[in-house]
Ligand binder design. Structure first.
Ligand code: ATR
Length: 275
């Protein structure tokens, strides 16, 4: 049987773990998947996508800085992609239309709830950041019916705009927006979705947002403890998690969307930790 072709598109792309993750999924499931990485020129995303599908490619993952362009380019979008305003998964439907999906939010929720046993229902959640990464996960987080979801951001107006955008999805959840210094109660779950650590910065939170039972989750990951998680540990957090599991889970959900087969993620997370 000949292989079906998939790829991740980004700029830069050489450090992407997606080819490794999807190769492990293919090996594990026996699906005839070949998965590569493509660096699109910064002004050439649409052309790269067009060429890929014209030459018979089956599906693409999309990463920085093209997720919003992928969303715009699509003829159809899943409901979760529509609300996220960005897409990390593309494929063609049977009519040859380009379909966009976004599996990031499900990836985060599954990593927290399934892999780490963290209960989000009735939890008080603090999420930091109001950019594309946070917008992409708010819908799936709200579906878990937390008691409250507080969006804190450096630019408070952007947090406010996101809270407004997701008002109809909030249901009984108290959905709030504020600056980093405002929250002064402990939360059950704190999620860092800012890119502050890329500039060596930390969001200036009060330390009393952390209690002994707080689960701290950094959507970033690195070989060492992330800057944000180290800050949390230094200020009383007992349980800190990084975003490697989210990365593997969003990939697994893309794989399921494309192939109809659900890979087992645990051995893949384990393999990546040991790389
Ligand atoms: P992404 O796709 O990663 O979400 P983004 O849309 O550029 O990227 O959003 C980056 C997020 O990180 C924003 O919430 C940004 O805060 P502002 O909205 O105030 O710009 C946040 N961020 C980036 N650098 C930061 C820093 N040094 N300190 C605190 N927050 C920062």
């Amino acid at each position: 049987m000949s292989n079906d072709f998939y790829a991740v598109v980004g700029h830069p792309i050489s450090h992407s773990k997606s080819p490794r993750i999807h190769s492990l999924f293919a090996e594990q499931t026996g699906e005839p998947v070949e998965y590569t990485a493509i660096q699109a020129p910064l002004d050439g995303f649409a052309a790269t996508v067009g060429q890929f599908f014209e030459s018979g490619g089956k599906g693409l993952n999309v990463t920085v800085p093209f997720k919003e362009q992928a969303w715009e380019l699509a003829d159809n979008r899943s409901a979760r992609a529509e609300k996220a305003g960005a897409a990390n998964t593309l494929y063609q439907n049977s009519e040859g239309q380009l379909v966009a999906d976004n599996t990031d939010g499900q990836g985060l929720v599954r990593d927290l709830t399934v892999n780490h046993g963290v209960q989000l229902k009735n939890a008080r959640i603090l999420i930091l950041g109001a950019g594309g990464a946070v917008r992409g996960v708010l819908g799936p987080l709200l579906e878990q019916q937390p008691t409250s979801l507080t969006i804190a951001n450096r630019t408070v107006a952007k947090a406010g705009a996101l809270a407004k955008l997701f008002r109809d999805e909030a249901g009984a959840t108290s959905l709030n927006a504020c600056g980093f210094e405002a929250p002064d109660q402990p939360f059950d779950v704190i999620i860092n979705g800012t890119s502050a650590s890329l500039q060596g910065d930390l969001p200036p939170l009060r330390t009393n947002v952390i209690a002994a039972g707080t689960v701290v989750y950094d959507m970033m990951y690195s070989l060492q403890t992330t800057t944000f998680n180290q800050w949390a540990l230094d200020n009383g957090a007992v349980r800190v998690l990084d975003g490697l599991g989210m990365l593997v889970e969003q990939a697994a959900e893309s794989f399921r969307v494309w192939r109809g087969v659900q890979p087992d993620t645990a051995p893949v997370v384990e393999a990546l930790r040991n790389d």
